[in-house]
Every structure is written in structure tokens, then in C-alpha cells.
Design a binder for this molecule. Structure first.
Ligand SMILES: NC(=O)c1ccc[n+]([C@@H]2O[C@H](COP(=O)([O-])OP(=O)(O)OC[C@H]3O[C@@H](n4cnc5c(N)ncnc54)[C@H](O)[C@@H]3O)[C@@H](O)[C@H]2O)c1
Length: 267
């Protein structure tokens, strides 16, 4: 029970990595607020956690809206005497076919991706940090991507938000550490979710076998559970001296130097 009685908010917890995080946090004793735009996913996540004996509540939230996020944190504050222990900024979109190289991105697509992937972190932190400051403790987990660590082509809006997430993690860690608030960042890649299908579409050019062999030293997709376990570490006292870290969960994709060897092996 590493998160016993902790109040946690996880964005985009209706499916994928966020959903597994919500389930694991609840299993470890947390009360999990599911801040999710998709009603079906949010309700299903809440029901599954309750059915398993955990504590959770779905609050329909558009993380790109300051007002919507504000309303959700107002409710969380009211229900818990202003207590807020863990904020897990997980929600994002990858707009396959609309994101791309900079000169081909429509301005409204650029704004939409920045709104959901980056402004969401501002919106949530703006409400959650003052609650954490009052209690002089808290853990913030941001979610970047391999795209925030290495150059990834043809998704410039997405990569811009993930690079900013890495930088913002460091500045938050420096600024708010003195209040007992630790801020860290997970940078996943190749995790088997709907998003990875978006970013690696099963189109005529995509060959999963070659992708895994050329890019991933461990030669397999990661699972949402594997990222959730890392999030649990960052949320709990197990990581009490970890602050400002950018931790990859990518099977080694971002440090992979064996491309030439893989080609030589004639995959
Ligand atoms: N899957 C991967 O391989 C991978 C790789 C790199 C980074 N990531 C990052 O991990 C995180 C989770 O990714 P995933 O693969 O689980 O994605 P996913 O698409 O499976 O789930 C994203 C969730 O966010 C929610 N969401 C979208 N817009 C929202 C909004 N405006 N307000 C509230 N909720 C909203 C969706 O409804 C969904 O439940 C994201 O930040 C993503 O960028 C994932």
C-alpha cells in the first residue's frame, strides 16, 4: 500500500497508460481522480477500480481548458479539505495525418496539440501546486516521449510539446522543491496503446517487425503496466530523493546505437 490514503489526480486515465496507472495507484491505497474527456472511458475506469475494491472518481475534464480543469480541482479540494498529494499529467494526443512537418501543419492543429499536450500541464499545475504548497508535500509526474529526448520527424507539434514538457519538468523541480514538491517526467516510447497505433500506423509503409528490430533493443512493445509501475515509483516515497528526473520507458529506443548492425543482419 505505497499510496495509502493519498489523493491522486491522473489526466487521460480513461484508457491506455493512464488507465493502468489509475488502477495501480488505487490498488496501492490511493483515492484516484480520473480527469478524462471521454465519458465512456472515464466511467469504465472508475467502475473497474471500484469493482476491484479501490477508490476512484471520474470527473469529466477537458485538460486543455483552464476552466474545466479549475472546476475539477475545486471539487477535489472541497472533497479532501484542500489535500492533493499526486498530480500525474498523462493526457495527450497524437494527431496522425494532421500533425507533420512544420510548414504543413494547419495553425488550428498546432494550437490544438499545444492545448491538450502542454497547456494541460500549466492548467493542472496552476491549480494543484497551491494545494500541495499548503501541505508542503507533493509529487508531480509529467509525461513526455522519446520525441522530447531525440529528434522524431513528421510530428512537429507533438515533439514541440514533449520537448517543452521535459524543460518545464526541470524548472518546476527547481522552483517547487523547497516546498517538498518533487516533479519528475516519464518519457515513454513504443508502448502498446491506441496512441502507438496512431503514431506507427499499419499503413503500407509500416512493418512492426522491422520497427522493433531496428529501433528497440529489447525487441518488443512495452506495456501500459510497465509505465504505470514507473509512475508508482515516482508517486511514492520510494523516489523521495528523485526530483527533476527525465526517465525513459522505451526498451532502450532513445539510446539505441545498433541500427547499422540491424541493417547488416538484413532484417
Ligand atoms: N503509447 C506510447 O508509445 C507513447 C509514446 C510516447 C509518449 N506517450 C505518452 O504517454 C501518455 C499516454 O499515452 P497513451 O498511449 O496511453 O495514449 P492514449 O491515446 O491511449 O490515451 C490518452 C488518453 O487521454 C485522453 N485525452 C485526450 N484528450 C484529452 C483532453 N483534452 N482532456 C482529457 N483527457 C484527454 C484520451 O481520451 C485517452 O483516454 C501521453 O502523454 C503520450 O504522449 C505514449
Amino acid at each position: 500500500m505505497r499510496l495509502k490514503d493519498k489523493i491522486c489526480a491522473i489526466t487521460g486515465a480513461g484508457k491506455g497508460i493512464g488507465r493502468k496507472g489509475a488502477e495501480l495507484f488505487a490498488k496501492e491505497g490511493a483515492f484516484v481522480y480520473i480527469l478524462e474527456l471521454d465519458e465512456k472511458g472515464g466511467q469504465e475506469a472508475e467502475e473497474a477500480i471500484r469493482k476491484a475494491g479501490g477508490k476512484a472518481k471520474f470527473l469529466k475534464t477537458d485538460v486543455s481548458s483552464y476552466e474545466s480543469v479549475g472546476e475539477s480541482f475545486r471539487i477535489i479540494g472541497e472533497e479532501n479539505d484542500g489535500k492533493m498529494d499526486v498530480l500525474y499529467n498523462n493526457a495527450s494526443v497524437y494527431l496522425n495525418g494532421r500533425d507533420g512537418i512544420l510548414t504543413e501543419i494547419a495553425p488550428e492543429v498546432w494550437q490544438k496539440v499545444l492545448g491538450i499536450n502542454l497547456n494541460s500541464i500549466f492548467n493542472c499545475c496552476h491549480h494543484a501546486i497551491p494545494m500541495m504548497q499548503k501541505n508542503r508535500r507533493g509529487a508531480i509526474i509529467n509525461t513526455a516521449s522519446s520525441a522530447g529526448v531525440i529528434g522524431i520527424p513528421k510530428c512537429d507539434a507533438y515533439t514541440a510539446t514533449k520537448g517543452a514538457t521535459v524543460s518545464l519538468t526541470r524548472s518546476l523541480a527547481v522552483e517547487y522543491g523547497k516546498y517538498g514538491i518533487r516533479t519528475n517526467c516519464i518519457a515513454p516510447a513504443a508502448i502498446a496503446t491506441d496512441m502507438v497505433k496512431q503514431s506507427n500506423p499499419d499503413g503500407p509503409d509500416f512493418d512492426a517487425f522491422t520497427f522493433l528490430h531496428l529501433r528497440t533493443p529489447v525487441r518488443r512493445w512495452g506495456t501500459p503496466e510497465e509505465v504505470a509501475r514507473l509512475a508508482l515509483f515516482l508517486a511514492s516515497e520510494d523516489s523521495s530523493y528523485v526530483n527533476g528526473a527525465i526517465i525513459t520507458a522505451d526498451g532502450g529506443i532513445t539510446i539505441c546505437g545498433d541500427l547499422a548492425r540491424a541493417v547488416e543482419e538484413k532484417l
